[in-house]
Design a protein around this ligand. Structure first.
Ligand SMILES: [Zn+2]
Length: 856
């Protein structure tokens, strides 16, 4: 009896599920009944609630178990320990030969290989929900997976014989689950479509980013985060012909897909065919699928394809075609819009039909796609050969870890890199074997290589969606030269070489020293301080002879005396050794404090470093991505804890436990006069306050710092000039600084520049905010040069205004210091060079002096 009841229940559930199949896939679709429908598996109609990410993975695992069409691959793990997965769906025969299909496909990207296109399978990658709150992505991924695995339609079966479909249900699993949990928490019964309801307002933390609130749809190229690294690794296993990236935008918007606006938003190194043939081909299939279900859409008006930072553009740099698909957001289960109630389920349906359309397009147009991919990689060589310069040499002889990080970055993009066999010098830059590499421009990955080192200031348009200068080499701040003549290449680098293992030269009863030039020296420094070791830093250069070898130590070199420690010399040796091994740096044990040149180890110019205790404010009005960048830099890269205080409860926080407080870009007007007074007192007592962009302006406006010259540039009279309404965007848009890269001059004599040996550096500006000039002649740590622009779009007016603009300045207040940045100190996590100034402010900010308060 019980059994019968279950059968009847399953039958009823089945009927209902098939009704849901009708809604999402139309009435003329047939499905294999052995494969549970999403509704049967999840226990609710898809679109009536949000699926938990772990259940999505479980469903995909079930599809892998039940079907010979599906195979699940775990490609990585997020910061919050969620598995990143891709479901690979193709015909059962193709599944059996998957590796040979893949190998065969890789011939298309090898200009030397003469493959036939006839035996190729077309590779389609569907990527959903890169922005956590853009929720109709993952649900569409559930239904698309079910459709491709269970559909018994002839057309689908035939298409799967020709295509390998890679389904990534959430490019940002942590953000997706944060959003799913939020929307499910505030879901109402029945649904509330009133836009004022908290369900539609978004949470305390933004849904968009990953764990560190980073926009992963800007990380395909910088590859700072684990999710992107895993994804791009997987991407390079398959080089998809089509990559579809699913998004959402404002609730009033109709569906959007490419082509993007002609030419002005195209990247000039990418074959125009990508934009004017491939995107229109896809558009044809997308539009037909949406016409059929009565959904409105638009094309050609929005979004740019100019840089490789996005999911929809990175594929264009890999011989595929990337495509953005955007649906107006339902911001939960349903929401009122200008044209009526927008439903989550309807958004999912729009995404499902375009997902199916992408496969149809791929199979029908596969010859065009194969030819494009083949030509793309051969034309890379001819494009490179037209250049005057032939090679790049890069590497930092003072910085093993930075060199290794950058090498890793290049290898992640499958760029061919070779060892440098001989010493090489150009433009006053010296490169040494072991710490430098050669990269020929002439190689299949020329286009992405060019992007890494790009210095371009010519643009067709003047209004852009995001940054107009994306080169990562300037962000890493690694020395490089572009070479016109010949450079001898050594062995090809296939893996990150194990850099010289760190360690201590010998146990000492006197002192240990290490240079602060290595990128991870600050990580070792914090490790030592955290273990309670008494550590000092040198404020002047010196050199010392250690076991017969002469070593030069730059400002910032770390000195650890054996005397004054609270631990035995054996214990100290062990901790110092751990600090060296942690970051692969070399620490020297010395037997004498007598230096061969410069200051001795007992000098007053070698001063104690206190262990930093760092806090920041988070919450309403504060720029989450900037906070995330700092959180990632300190926590993830350097192992320094960062306390995040809710700005709403800042009034009650005891600031005295912190040595440094960081205020990221944002609006701080909600802070009470009481808090401002408390913060001023804390600075006066010796705290280091570090502000950037909006917070810098706030600190100046609230007289927390006062030593600035009022803006001396006379503002031109705002004469009334009548202009046409429609010209607003064209006139005003170009003045916005969307992200350009500049030459900058760093005062390397300032302790905030400890560890950096070259004055010549780079900076990115992503905002129009300008720091005023400080009254003190010694307070500008970093400023743009008088010919600053290297890359990116800038109007003549902005070019003029940014000449010699200060970017980092400091001011002493009482016993404390305020360090002001014009920009986020570590933009998107890959601006490592300016990030070092932030780290130095945390360690050495309290020892900055001005003429009125002389310190070494
Ligand atoms: Zn998006």
């Amino acid at each position: 009896m019980k059994k019968l009841a279950i059968i009847i229940l399953l039958f009823i559930a089945g009927l209902y599920s098939f009704a849901q199949n009708d809604y999402y896939f139309g009435r003329d679709n047939q499905f294999d009944p052995k494969i549970p429908t999403p509704e049967q598996f999840f226990g609710f109609p898809i679109g009536s609630s949000l699926a938990r990410y772990d259940k999505v993975v479980e469903y995909y695992k079930l599809l892998d178990n039940l079907s010979d069409r599906a195979q699940l691959e775990v490609i990585g793990k997020t910061y919050e320990n969620r598995e990143q997965v891709v479901l690979i769906v193709t015909s059962p025969d193709n599944q059996k030969n998957l590796e040979s299909i893949r190998q065969n496909h890789l011939k298309l990207i090898d200009p030397k290989s003469s493959s036939s296109n006839n035996d190729q399978k077309v590779i389609v990658h569907l990527g959903y929900n890169v922005h956590g709150g853009e929720i109709a992505g993952t649900e569409a991924a559930i239904l698309a997976a079910y459709y491709f695995v269970a559909s018994t339609n002839n057309e689908t079966i035939k298409n799967l014989e020709q295509a390998v479909v890679l389904i990534d249900p959430a490019l940002n699993p942590d953000g997706r689950d944060r959003a799913a949990s939020y929307f499910n928490t505030f879901k109402s019964f029945p649904p509330v479509s009133d836009p004022n309801d908290i369900e539609h307002a978004g949470g305390f933390t933004p849904h968009r980013g990953n764990h560190f609130w980073t926009d992963l749809n800007r990380d395909w190229f910088p590859l700072v985060h684990v999710e992107s690294k895993a994804r791009v690794d997987f991407y390079h296993k398959w080089y998809p012909n089509i990559y579809a990236d699913y998004h959402e935008m404002g609730s009033n918007s109709a569906y959007y897909f490419e082509p993007s606006p002609p030419r002005s938003t195209w990247n000039p190194t990418i074959p125009e065919e990508t934009y004017n043939v491939l995107n229109p081909i896809l558009a044809k299939y997308y539009s037909e699928s949406l016409d059929k279900i009565g959904s409105l859409y638009y094309t050609k008006e929005d979004f740019d394809n100019i840089s490789p930072i996005y999911g929809s553009t990175y594929p264009d740099f890999q011989g595929g075609v990337g495509t953005t698909l955007e649906v107006g957001s339902s911001a939960g289960i349903e929401i009122e819009t200008e044209v009526g109630v927008r439903k989550f389920s309807r958004n999912i349906k729009d995404n499902v039909v375009t997902s199916i359309a992408a496969i149809k397009a791929a199979v029908a147009e596969k010859d065009v796609l194969f030819k494009h991919q083949k030509d793309f990689f051969s034309s890379a060589l001819s494009l490179a050969n037209k250049r005057a310069d032939k090679y790049i040499v890069f590497g930092d002889k003072n910085d093993n870890n930075l060199t290794k990080l950058f090498l890793d970055h290049l290898l992640s993009h499958k760029i061919d890199v070779y060892e440098l066999p001989d010493k090489f010098s150009q433009n006053g830059k010296d490169f040494e074997p072991g710490n430098a590499y050669v990269v020929p421009f002439s190689q299949p990955q020329y286009r992405i290589l060019n992007a890494v080192f790009e210095e371009n200031t010519t643009f067709v348009d003047s209004i852009f969606m995001d940054i107009t200068a994306w080169s990562t080499v300037h962000g890493y701040g690694i020395p490089f030269v572009k070479v016109k003549g010949a450079v001898r290449q050594g062995q090809k680098v296939t893996d990150i070489p194990q850099i010289k293992k760190g360690g201590v030269s010998q146990k000492s009863d006197y002192a240990y020293i290490f240079n602060y030039t290595d990128y991870f020296a600050s990580k070792s420094l914090y490790y030592l301080l955290d273990k309670g070791v008494v550590v000092k830093a040198a404020y002047k250069d010196f050199s010392a002879s250690v076991a017969g070898t002469e070593y030069k130590f730059n400002k910032g070199a770390i000195v650890i005396p054996v005397e004054y420690q609270n631990i035995s010399s054996d214990q100290l040796y062990n901790i110092v050794k751990e600090a060296a091994e942690l970051t692969n740096i070399k620490i020297l044990g010395v037997a004498t404090g007598f230096s061969t040149t410069g200051i001795d180890l007992g000098s007053n110019n070698i001063r104690r470093v206190e262990k930093p205790v760092v806090a920041t404010l988070v919450g309403s009005g504060i720029n989450w991505t900037d906070v995330g960048e700092t959180w990632f830099l300190l926590g993830n890269r350097l192992n320094i804890p960062l306390t995040k205080i809710n700005v709403a409860s800042a009034d009650w926080a005891d600031l005295n436990r912190y040595t440094s407080i960081i205020l990221s870009d944002g609006n701080y007007n909600s802070l009470s006069p009481n808090f401002i007074g408390k913060l001023q007192q804390w600075v006066a007592n010796g705290g280091t306050l570090i502000t950037s962009e909006g917070a810098s302006k706030w600190a100046i406006d609230n007289k927390i710092v006062t030593g600035f010259v009022p803006d001396s540039v006379p503002r031109s009279k705002n004469e009334y000039k009548r202009l046409d309404y429609i010209s607003q965007r064209e006139n005003e848009g170009p003045q916005r600084i969307g992200g350009a890269i500049f030459n900058a001059d760093l005062d390397i004599t300032n302790p905030l520049a400890f560890g950096i040996v070259s004055r010549e550096t780079y900076a990115i500006k992503t905002s129009n905010y300008k720091l005023p000039r400080p009254k003190s002649n010694y307070a500008t740590v970093l400023q743009l040069t008088d010919k600053p622009q290297i890359s990116g779009f800038l109007t003549k007016k902005n070019q003029q205004e940014l000449k010699n603009a200060p970017l980092v300045v400091f001011e002493n207040k009482g016993k404390g210091t305020v360090v002001l940045f014009a920009e986020s100190p570590t933009f998107r996590g890959y601006w490592l060079s300016s990030g070092r100034i932030l780290t130095n402010a945390i360690f050495f900010g309290s020892n900055l002096s001005s003429p009125g308060r002389y310190r070494p």
